[in-house]
Write a protein that binds this ligand. Sequence first.
Ligand code: UT7
Length: 332
Amino acid sequence: MPATITAISRYLPPDIYDNSYFEKYLDTNEAWITSRTGIKERRFLKEGATSDLIVPAAQKLFADYNIDPSEIDTIIVASVTPDHMFPSTAAVVQDKLGLKNVWGFDISAACSGFLFALKTAASLVESGTSKKVLLCGSDKMSSIMDFNDRATAVLFGDGAGVCLIEMSDDPEMGIRDHILQIDGDGGKYLKQIAGGSFKPASHETIDNKEHYIFQDGGTVFKAAVKGMADVSVEIMRRNNLTHDDISYLVPHQANMRIITATAERMNLDPQKVMINIQKYGNTTAGTIPICLSEWYEEGKIKKGDYLVLSGFGAGFTWGSILLRWNMNQRGR
Ligand code: UT7
C-alpha cells in the first residue's frame, strides 16, 4: 500500500511586506519585480526561527484534524534555514511541541526539500518503520537574505507547510511515482558560501557578506525551466497520463515565468496550476505544502485528483512527485 497525505496545514507570519517596501531603499520598482518574478507581497517573521514557523502550523494541524500528538512517531523537517547547524530543527520542534517517543531529522535539499522529504517519509511509512510522520517544509529566508542586494532581496519570504504522512487505505491513492535528482555541478550558482566547514564564520566572511544567499539568477532560471518541465512531463508520460487527467500542477513558487513555462510544456490549462507566489514570494521548502494546504482548505482539491508536485532548487536539486489525493473534499 502506498503512503499518502492525511492532514495538511500551514503558517505564514502576519507581517506583510509589499514591493513598495523595497522601492524605498533599493534601486528597484514594482513593475520590475512583478513582471520579472510575479511577486507582489511576502511575509517576514520578525522574531524567532524556522521552528517558530513550524510549531504554529503543527498545532493548527493537530487541532483542525483532531490528531492526538502522542501518535506521531517521526518528525522530518526540510529546510535550508534550520534553527542551528545542530541540533536538528526536528529536535527543536519535538521539544517545543512536547512530543514523546519520537525520532526525526532534517533534510537539506533547498527548494526541492519538501519533495525529497515527502518521498523519504513515504518510504519510512511504506517499509513499516514509521506509522505517522509529521512532515514539515519551512524556511525563514529572511535570516539569510541580504536586504541590500536587489537581485535576491525581492525574491524570498518566510513560511511553513506541515502535513501528516500515513499509509493510504486505498492502493490506487497516495504517492504513485517520483523522479528526484541532484547535480552538484550546479552548486556554484546558488549557495550560502560561508558558515559551514568549508568556510567557517569569521570576520572576513561577515565582511564579504558570504552568509547571505548568493545566486546567479540567469543560470538558475534556465536550469529551473528545463529541470522542472522535463520531470513534470516525464512523470505524466511514464504513468500514461495526459493533461486532461491532471487536476493540478503544484509547482515550487520561485518565479512566475518558470511556473508558466512548466505548465506550457505539460500542455496544462492555467486554471490547473496552483499559484500563490504573488502573496508569499519564494518560501523555499514551504512553497509546495503551503499551496496544497490553501487549495485544499478552499475546497479545490477532491479525492482521486492527480497532482503533479514539481520543484527545482540549490544543489542543483529537482524533481516531481505524482500524488493521487486521498482526502475528502473540504466543505463537501
Ligand atoms: O528557488 C530556487 C531556485 N531559484 C530560482 O528558480 C530563481 C531563478 N532566477 C530567476 O527567477 C530570475 O533570474 C531572477 C528573477 C532572479 C532575475 O530575473 P532575470 O530576468 O533573469 O533578470 P537578470 O538577472 O538577467 O537581470 C536583468 C536586469 C539586470 O540589469 P542589466 O544588467 O540588464 O542592466 C539586473 O541588474 O535586471 C536588473 N535587476 C533588477 N532591476 C530592478 C536585477 N534585480 C533587479 C531588481 N529591480 N530587483
